[in-house]
Ligand binder design. Structure first.
Ligand code: ZN
Length: 447
C-alpha cells in the first residue's frame, strides 16, 4: 500500500478545527501538521482536500447487523457497505442474533463472520442471561467490546430479572456493561389496556404511551442505582426521555466517568409528531417521544451530561414493518445516514462539528478503551472520513444500500455528503464507489 498525503482539509479533532495536512503511511496516521509542513517520502500520493472536512472515522457502539440467523433483514457484508458509505469505520454489534451471542463459542463464530465479510472494523457484545455469568467472566477483555444486558425485569432468556443475578453481574463485570432499560411489566400492562381499547390494530402514535417514559425511568434508575452501589462501568443505551437526564452528570470527563449514556440519532431527529406521516418506519424501542424529550437529549449532549451518539441500526423488511401494531417489529436502518443527519443538525446550528466528532468518534473510543482509534493523532490507525459540507443530495430508493432497501429518511435532502472513507489507511468508499474486497480488523481494547 502506498503513502498518501491528504492536503488542506478542515480538520475537526479534539475540540478544535484547523486547516492542515495528514500523512497516511500503510495503516497508520504518520504525521499531522499545518499545510505544507510535512516532509513527504517519494512516491507519496497526494489528495487535494481543499474545501472538504476531515474527521476520524465514526465508531458506532450500537448496531444490529442481523447475522447469523436473521440475514434476510441484513448481513455483515451489506450493512457494513452501507456503514462505510455513511462514514462509519468501526462497529460494535449486539447479541440478539440467531443463535443469540451468549457464549464464547457464539462469539468466535461471529468474529469469524466479521473477518470474512466486514468491510470495516468490528467487535461483538456478549449477551447476559440469567445463567451465563461464567461465559461472561471468560470473555477476552481485549477483544470483546462489552456485555449487553436487557434490563426489562421480566422472564425470557435475554432478560435478566432475578435480582441476585443482576447484582452478581453488576458486581463482577470486568468490561463495560451496556444496558437496554425499559420495564417490561409496565409495558405489558400498558399494552393490555390499549389492546382492550383498539384491538390488535393500535395506532402507531400510541407506541410512546405503551413503551412509556415511566417504563424507561423505572428501569434506567435501577441500573444507575446498582452501578453506583458496585462502581460498575455502566453504559445506558438509547436514552429517550428528559426525565432520565437527571440520572447522569456532567461534572467528570469521559475518562473519569463510571456511568455513561448513549443517545441515538433517531431520538435526536424525530419526535411524536412524525408518527402520523411515518408510522411504523419510526417505531423503535425505546419509542420516539415528545419534542420536549428530543430537546432535552440535545441539551444533555451539548452539556456533556450524556456521552455518545450511536445508531441502534436495526433493519427489518418493509413487509415485516407493514403489519398491524401488535405484529410489527421495532427498529429501523440508520448507519448509512447517521453522520449525515447529524451534520444536518450542524447546518441547523443545533450541534457544532467538534461536538459531533466528540460524541461519534472520540468518546466511543475512550469509553470502550479502543486501542489507537477514534482520533486524528500520529501513530493512530488511519480511519478517516472526508465530508463535502456543501453537497446537497436526496435519500432515495436508488442510493439506499441497506439490504432491506428502505430508510426513514427517504425523500429527505441533506446538505452535506460523506465523499471518502478510509479504513486502516485504505480508501474503501470513494464518491459512491465501494471497495467490496476490503476487510476490516477486529477492534482491540486496552484493558
Ligand atoms: Zn439496540
Amino acid at each position: 500500500m502506498s503513502d498518501i498525503l491528504i492536503q488542506n482539509p478542515l480538520i475537526i479533532n479534539e475540540g478544535i478545527s484547523f486547516r492542515g495536512d495528514v500523512l497516511v503511511s500503510d495503516e497508520i496516521i504518520s504525521a499531522v501538521a499545518l499545510p505544507g509542513q510535512i516532509e513527504v517520502p517519494e512516491k507519496t500520493g497526494k489528495l487535494d482536500a481543499s474545501g472538504l472536512i476531515l474527521i476520524p472515522g465514526v465508531i458506532d457502539d450500537h448496531v444490529h447487523f442481523r447475522e447469523p440467523g436473521l440475514s434476510h433483514k441484513g448481513d455483515i457484508f451489506t450493512e457494513t457497505r452501507a456503514a462505510v458509505a455513511g462514514g462509519i469505520t468501526s462497529f460494535m454489534d449486539m447479541p440478539n442474533t440467531v443463535p443469540q451471542t451468549i457464549s464464547n463459542r457464539d462469539l468466535e463464530h461471529k468474529f469469524r463472520i466479521g473477518s470474512e465479510k466486514s468491510l470495516i472494523n468490528y467487535s461483538f457484545y456478549i449477551g447476559a442471561t440469567e445463567n451465563n455469568l461464567d461465559e461472561i467472566m471468560n470473555t477476552d477483555p481485549a477483544r470483546v467490546c462489552g456485555i449487553k444486558l436487557f434490563m426489562g425485569a421480566s422472564t425470557g432468556n435475554m432478560l435478566v430479572s432475578n435480582e441476585n443475578s443482576l447484582r452478581e453481574l453488576f458486581k463482577k463485570a470486568l468490561i463495560p456493561l451496556a444496558v437496554h432499560c425499559e420495564d417490561e411489566t409496565t409495558i405489558r400492562r400498558n399494552t393490555e389496556s390499549f389492546r382492550k381499547k383498539y384491538g390488535d390494530d393500535i395506532p402507531m402514535a400510541m407506541h410512546p404511551l405503551i413503551r412509556s417514559r415511566d417504563a424507561c425511568f423505572k428501569s434506567s434508575s435501577l441500573a444507575v442505582r446498582l452501578a453506583r452501589e458496585y462502581n460498575t462501568r455502566l453504559h445506558v443505551l438509547h436514552l429517550s426521555t428528559a426525565d432520565e437526564m437527571k440520572l447522569f452528570s456532567s461534572g467528570k470527563t469521559i475518562e473519569e466517568k463510571r456511568i455513561t449514556g448513549e443517545a441515538c440519532v433517531h431520538h435526536l431527529w424525530f419526535d411524536d409528531s412524525d408518527y402520523e406521516k411515518l408510522g411504523s418506519k419510526i417505531r423503535w424501542n425505546p419509542a420516539i417521544k415528545t419534542i420536549f424529550d428530543r430537546k432535552a437529549l440535545t441539551e444533555a449532549l451539548n452539556s456533556d451530561v450524556i456521552d455518545v451518539i450511536g445508531t441502534d441500526h436495526a433493519p427489518h423488511t418493509l413487509e415485516e414493518k407493514s403489519g398491524v401494531y401488535l405484529e410489527s417489529p421495532s427498529g429501523a436502518p440508520m448507519v448509512q445516514h447517521s453522520l449525515t443527519a447529524m451534520l444536518e443538525l450542524w447546518h441547523r446550528k443545533i450541534f457544532s462539528l467538534e461536538k459531533i466528532v466528540e460524541k461519534m468518534c472520540h468518546n466511543p473510543a475512550v469509553l470502550f478503551n479502543i486501542s489507537k482509534r477514534g482520533f486524528i493523532r500520529e501513530g493512530y490507525k488511519a480511519d478517516l472520513v472526508l465530508i463535502d459540507p456543501d453537497h446537497e443530495w436526496m435519500v432515495s430508493e436508488n442510493n439506499i444500500l441497506y439490504k432491506c432497501g428502505w430508510s426513514p429518511f427517504e425523500g429527505l435532502a441533506f446538505r452535506s455528503k460523506v465523499v471518502k472513507t478510509f479504513v486502516n489507511g485504505n480508501l474503501v468508499y470513494n464518491y459512491g464507489e465501494i471497495n467490496n474486497d476490503h476487510r476490516g480488523r477486529a477492534l482491540s481494547f486496552d484493558r
